[in-house]
Design a protein around this ligand. Structure first.
Ligand SMILES: [Zn+2]
Length: 470
């Protein structure tokens, strides 16, 4: 009886929230396009346009984001009541770029979009940036009347074919993944469909996705490319591909991003989606993932399954890289003395109140001792050999052989650790060997060794699945 009553109560709450949604919003999606520019010292937002898309695929009950994730925060405010009626935390290419050396000597501009349910009345759209102490500060505010001539309501012309891979439920109560292909020609449509199926099958072999599969819808978008593959500037390879994915983002060989945001958003608007995963037609190891933007994965790499779940951890749940021995282009991605916002790394400024303290067993020492010196030696040796081979133009087989050799050394090393599989605070995380800590000895966000995320990462992912599906 108690159970029945609570079910009735939760249904009533749900329908009240849904009718609240219908009062405020039309059920379609509005997109705010803007340019984000600056250098290491200053940044500016310049609006581009408002664009009407199709049906709103996101939650109708969890409109205000309470996860406190992201370097930036987007808010939609009702000017009559000053109430936030929609918000989402996010990170961006700009937010990463401003920490590179290049930002110290030049300005750049990146195109960005925020999508939100189309309001019935005029609203204020606001962008805020997180300061080092974790608080948010406004960097842009503008008003939009959705019924005005300043909203582009022209038809979305499909840029390609949308394929349904998995239909779990209504877009309103599901995580809607959209796998977007780049570097697949019209003739390679069949290869794209097969690559997507293979990657989706392996994705749902990993937890927590396996247990939560019924909360997902998966669709794929094939936008025919003039040429096969994507650009690889360090090898002098240039490709005309419609969504602009390329290796060597921020001059980092394996980092694959695109700056063609507007082309992506116009193409993706053909399907309902909460999260975009780029699948690019290439054999070379590479990928990338930025929170609430998208992730990228090389379809033909022998590591494709790992790349998908690792990069998706970044883009879907705001997970940080837990590794620190690989070369990256960032300088002081996390300045010392401040707590990072990402859920899976900590500066351990207050060990008694570490953000995952409820997962730490009472007897666990913090920081937690582990054999970092031996691991670092093996890992830095590998990085040096990897860089040397890459600079000689070595092929994927050579790189994979090297990786497997190192794995045969580091995997037993990590698995033999006294506290392996337990939650603590292990020094070395987020590109820093000292001063930043991860929660377990090993995790998919740390190495390619394990077949699961650590408990802290798993919980962070489940929280975001709940945000879209409940
Ligand atoms: Zn982790």
């Amino acid at each position: 009886m108690l159970l029945l009553l609570s079910l009735v109560a939760s249904c009533a709450t749900l329908s009240a929230a849904t009718s609240d949604f219908d009062t405020r919003f039309t059920g379609r999606t509005l997109r705010f396009d803007y340019h984000h520019s600056g250098n290491a010292d200053e940044e500016h937002i310049a609006p581009d346009r408002f664009r009407l898309e199709g049906a709103w695929a996101g939650s109708r009950t969890q409109l205000v984001d309470e996860t406190n994730l992201g370097k930036y925060l987007f808010l939609v405010i009702d000017p009559e009541t000053n109430r936030t009626i929609y918000s989402r935390g996010f990170a961006s290419i700009y937010g990463e770029w401003e920490t590179t050396r290049e930002a110290r000597s030049t300005w750049r501009v990146f195109h960005e979009s925020q999508r939100f349910p189309e309001p019935r009345k005029p609203v204020q759209v606001v962008l805020k940036k997180r300061a080092l102490d974790g608080t948010f500060h406004e960097i842009h505010s503008s008003r939009v009347d959705p019924n005005s001539r300043f909203v582009d309501r022209s038809k979305i012309t499909p840029a390609g074919e949308v394929m349904t891979i998995l239909e779990g439920g209504s877009p309103q109560t599901s995580v809607d993944l959209l796998l977007v292909g780049d570097g697949y020609t019209a003739e390679q449509r069949g290869k794209f469909a097969a690559d997507v199926q293979r990657l989706v099958d392996s994705f749902f072999d990993w937890e927590p996705y396996r247990s939560r599969k019924s909360d997902f819808n998966v669709r794929a978008l094939h936008v025919p490319s003039a040429e096969s593959g994507i650009s690889n500037p360090r090898q002098g390879v240039w490709r005309d591909n419609p969504l602009g994915l390329s290796f060597n983002a921020f001059d980092s060989d394996r980092y694959v991003l695109t700056y063609a945001n507007r082309a992506l958003r116009e193409a993706a608007a053909s399907a309902p989606y909460d999260a975009v995963v780029f699948v690019f037609n290439d054999r070379k190891y590479g990928g990338g993932g930025i929170f609430n933007l998208w992730c990228t994965t090389a379809a033909d790499s022998s590591q494709a399954a790992y790349l998908f779940v690792h990069e998706f951890g970044h883009s879907f749940a705001g997970l940080a890289d837990e590794y620190y021995t690989s070369q990256v282009s960032y300088e002081e991605f996390n300045p010392p003395g401040y707590e990072p916002w990402e859920p899976n790394v900590t500066a351990l400024l207050d060990p008694l109140n570490v953000k995952w303290k409820d997962l730490v067993e009472g007897s666990m020492p913090l920081p937690t001792p582990w054999g970092q010196a031996a691991y670092d030696k093996a890992s830095y040796d590998y990085q040096a050999r990897r860089q040397e081979l890459r600079s000689q133009g070595a092929g994927e087989e050579t790189m994979e052989a090297l990786f497997n050799e190192v794995k045969s050394i580091t995997k037993p090393m990590l698995e033999g650790e006294e506290h392996y599989g337990h939650t603590g605070a292990f020094e070395g995380a987020a590109y820093e060997a000292k001063g930043l800590y991860r929660s377990e000895v090993d995790c998919i966000m740390f190495t390619r060794n394990p077949t699961k995320y650590c408990n802290v990462c798993t919980r962070a992912i489940e929280r975001i699945i709940d945000l879209y599906s409940k």
